[in-house]
Design a protein around this ligand. Structure first.
Ligand code: ATP
Ligand code: MG
Length: 334
């Protein structure tokens, strides 16, 4: 029995999680789903965006499937709390173009590995009494830099990629990114068969626009990764197709990149593919490689055939129509 925490959240988070669970249940595997609350609706009901019970449920499972939540002003963000509590120190964002989907580049397949626990998002931010000056601390440690680099190299091996690129700004942020870059090259010594290079983040932004095909795996700090991964999602099919995984040594949280999309929520027209690709990443994390591959290929085939698609891709199907089509496609593959 595979234990999975299920946090649907708000808006289209509920629709796409339902689709994700339907696909998981169609596989020849046994899952036990533990439902837990988080997000805006949860706050309105319980006075907290993430109850202790939810954290407990997530801690008791190896993987959490997370839909999307609407933010609640002044309250803590459930996904950030979960990332910290479960120590999911890496955010993985595959950037892949799909046949049948119009986009800026149709031959992309690379991975962004973003450090998820420190950098400019370490949480140390202060403001002077006069309110004239605010300071955010950019924390970079050897420990976190080495473990994220190691994970990037391991991902490169499992994805059969040739190179890992370290993205930093060590010419200006000499001390913090000095550590980040040095840690990267130290870890690289353990992976002599993988090519390495490093770029400044500003140059990387340009390369992503003019020659993104050259990237295999990018490893970078928290803020840079946040920005570069959203920009990269824009190079391929947009939000409805972008999956992500938050990975740690003990837990993983898998979620589509998109938010709760209140503008379309409730109509069952949200595109579930980003969630279904996140489901595939979750299966990979759980060492169910066979099924991870089947779910991924089924999504790709459904997109390529283009017969069943939601309105964001120019179709007129519903969320569950797409999920059911993916389920049929999986059956054809096995
Ligand atoms: P939130 O504050 O929860 O992030 P948002 O309004 O920023 O909500 P997002 O989910 O970030 O909405 O998405 C931005 C827009 O992209 C939405 O308005 C929606 O139209 C579209 N979108 C996002 N995800 C999907 C999806 N899975 N299917 C279809 N359209 C989507
Ligand atoms: Mg948003």
């Amino acid at each position: 029995m595979i234990k999975i925490a299920r946090i649907d959240g708000d808006g289209i988070g509920k629709e796409v999680t339902e689709a994700g669970v339907a696909v998981l249940e169609s596989l020849d595997l046994n899952f036990d789903f533990y439902e837990a609350e988080a997000g805006r609706e949860c706050f309105e009901k319980n006075g907290t965006t993430i109850p202790e019970e939810t954290i407990k449920v997530a801690k008791n499972t190896k993987a959490t499937l997370f839909g999307a939540i609407s933010s609640t002003p002044g309250e803590k963000s459930p996904i950030i709390v979960l990332r910290q509590e479960l120590d999911t120190y890496a955010n993985l964002r595959p950037i892949k173009s799909f046949k049948g989907i119009d986009c800026l580049f149709n031959d992309l397949d690379f991975l962004i590995v973003r450090e998820n626990t420190e950098g400019l998002y370490s949480g140390y931010e202060t403001i002077d009494e006069t309110k004239d000056k605010a300071i955010a601390q950019r924390v970079i440690t050897k420990k976190a830099s080495e473990r994220i680099s190691k994970l990037a190299f391991e991902e490169a091996i499992s994805l059969k990629k040739e190179s890992v690129t370290c993205v930093h700004k060590a010419n200006v942020l000499k001390k913090t990114d000095g550590i980040f870059k040095e840690s990267f090259y130290k870890v690289a010594q353990d992976y002599p068969n993988i090519k390495t290079n490093d770029y400044y983040v500003d140059a990387t932004a340009m390369y992503l626009l003019i020659k993104p095909q050259e990237f295999d795996v990018i490893v970078t700090s928290n803020l840079f990764g946040d920005i570069l991964s959203d920009a990269s999602a824009g190079l391929v099919g947009g939000l409805g197709l972008a999956p992500s995984g938050n990975i740690g040594d003990k837990h993983g949280i898998f979620e589509p990149v998109h938010g709760s999309a209140p503008d379309i929520a409730g109509n069952n027209i949200s595109n579930p593919i980003a969630m279904l690709l996140s489901v595939s990443m979750m299966l990979e994390y759980l060492n169910e490689t066979y099924w991870a591959e089947k779910v991924k290929i089924a999504c790709e085939n459904v997109l390529e055939k283009g017969k069943v698609k939601t309105p964001d891709l120019g179709g007129n199907n519903k969320t569950m129509d797409v999920a059911n089509e993916v389920i049929k496609e999986i059956e054809n593959l096995i």
